[in-house]
Design a protein around this ligand. Structure first.
Ligand code: SF4
Ligand code: SF4
Length: 440
């Protein structure tokens, strides 16, 4: 095992709260009666609906076509009838068209993706594998939801020396990746081999934080048995180490330039959940129609990890975890640091959603905002080396170009500054607003 490492600049140690669900094995959830497939589940242009009301669709059939350069196909996760096509609002506030499908279990033909094509990796070219990934609608499953076929299409003149696999899962509460690493280790390793063949990376490293040593040991055991050319890099527990830039600093010691991409320093980063989805796409020809999601928080009766169909209403997921044991004060899609607060429980599970958290009043800090005391804590914890207090002042005074000149666009919206601010100034909300205005 390599020596434990981490990124140096900034970062925080929020209470992990992972013990609520980190020993809960992944449970498969049954199909709900209605599935809602949104056209915008990824970064880039929304997919275009390619079915109509009344159509009968099968599980894995394309219902939305990603027609722009940065976009992704979306697929039905059940056999059933298209009941409606109408706009919905997702848990992240995005309004998008969605296909509503009524599940039909009775007339469903055998569409389980059970056949495993074991030799496909050996006999396929990188271009053929990339095409399978595109057709399966694979996006970054760690939350970023960037279309995988775009990321793995290395631009001419660039070379991917490193493939760094993200097994960090540094957000509090979330344990979906942890369980996936423990329960689907071999499948993730197949997915990693597929990515490696596509991008031609010579060095493959999986970064895992030290609070998941059982996953590290499991990977090491399988890697040794199969004699795979893959290393594990244990990482000190620190937020936001799961961010691509911090992960690359920690694992390979290289810094992505401001406004740049990892490929500029010879690296591609991919999440363990994405590697698993790639395994399913390549060996079973199964598009992204389900994912593992953590349902947790002190308001949830039985926190756990669930494999659920994309398009399952969030209410169904919460019911599967026993429902609320007390009134939630806040419901969050994703982790508490970078997730989105929402209240519409009819919104569906999307490809990039790794967790749903129901938090109680005692989990939240309701103290009110006071004036900045110039303590500098926000500067100390910023992993991007920004000056949050000055940025916030510029944005408050609508001086967006001044904020841009202080590298506002480099802000990862990680929330380290807001979390550490004793004056409870909503810094990260200000930066989200400032970026929106600066883009305008
Ligand atoms: S939210 Fe932005 S400014 Fe605040 S710590 Fe993170 S990167 Fe720095
Ligand atoms: S952490 Fe809060 S109080 Fe301290 S300097 Fe930054 S904005 Fe001001």
């Amino acid at each position: 095992m390599l020596k434990i490492r981490s990124f140096k600049k900034g970062g925080i140690h929020p209470h992990a709260r992972k013990s609520l669900s980190d020993t809960a094995k992944i449970q498969n959830l049954p199909k709900p009666e209605i599935i809602i497939i949104p056209m915008s589940q990824h970064l880039g242009a929304p997919a275009v609906v390619c079915v109509k009301k009344g159509d009968i669709v099968s599980a894995g059939q394309k219902v939305g076509s990603g027609e722009s350069f940065i976009s992704a196909d979306v697929h039905s996760s059940v056999y059933g009838t298209v009941q409606d096509i109408q706009p919905i609002v997702l848990s992240n506030g995005i309004e998008t068209n969605a296909v509503f499908i009524e599940t039909d279990d009775i007339s469903e033909p055998q569409t389980e993706f059970t056949y495993i094509d074991k030799d496909i990796l050996e006999r396929s070219t990188p271009q053929e594998l990339l095409k399978i990934i595109k057709d399966a609608g694979i996006v970054g499953m760690g939350g970023a939801a960037f279309p995988a076929h775009v990321k793995f299409n290395i631009p001419k003149g660039k070379q991917a020396e490193y493939l760094v696999i993200n097994g960090v899962e540094c957000e509090p509460y979330l344990t979906a990746d942890h369980r996936l690493m423990l329960e689907n280790t071999e499948e993730i390793l197949v997915g990693i081999s597929v990515i490696s063949k596509i991008i031609g990376a010579g060095k493959i490293i999986i970064g895992i934080e030290a609070n998941k040593m059982n996953a590290t040991r499991k990977f090491e055991q399988v890697i040794e048995e199969k004699r795979l050319p893959i290393k594990i890099q244990p990482l000190r527990v620190k937020y936001p180490q799961g961010d691509e830039k911090q992960l690359l600093k920690a694992v390979i010691g290289r810094e992505v330039p401001s406004g740049g991409l990892p490929i500029e320093i010879g690296a591609i980063v991919s999440n363990v959940g994405t590697a698993y989805a790639i395994y399913e796409a390549v060996t079973k020809r199964k598009p992204v129609i389900d994912r593992v999601v953590t349902i947790s928080g002190n308001a949830i009766k039985n926190p756990g990890n669930f494999r659920a169909l994309v398009g399952t209403p969030i209410k169904v997921l919460i019911d599967a975890a026993g429902g609320f044991q007390e009134e939630p004060a806040k419901i969050v899609a994703g982790g508490p640091m970078m997730g989105f607060a929402f209240f519409n429980l009819e919104a569906p599970l999307t490809k990039g959603m790794s967790g749903i958290l129901a938090l109680t009043k005692s989990d939240l800090d309701f103290s009110s905002e006071t004036a900045c005391i110039s303590c500098g804590k926000c500067v100390t914890v910023c992993p991007m080396g920004l000056q949050p207090t000055r940025l916030f002042r510029f944005i408050n005074n609508s001086k967006f170009s001044d904020a841009m000149s202080l590298n506002l666009m480099d802000c990862k919206e990680c929330g380290c500054c807001s979390y550490s601010c004793p004056a409870k100034i909503p810094l990260v909300h200000g930066f989200k607003y400032g970026k929106k205005m600066a883009r305008k």
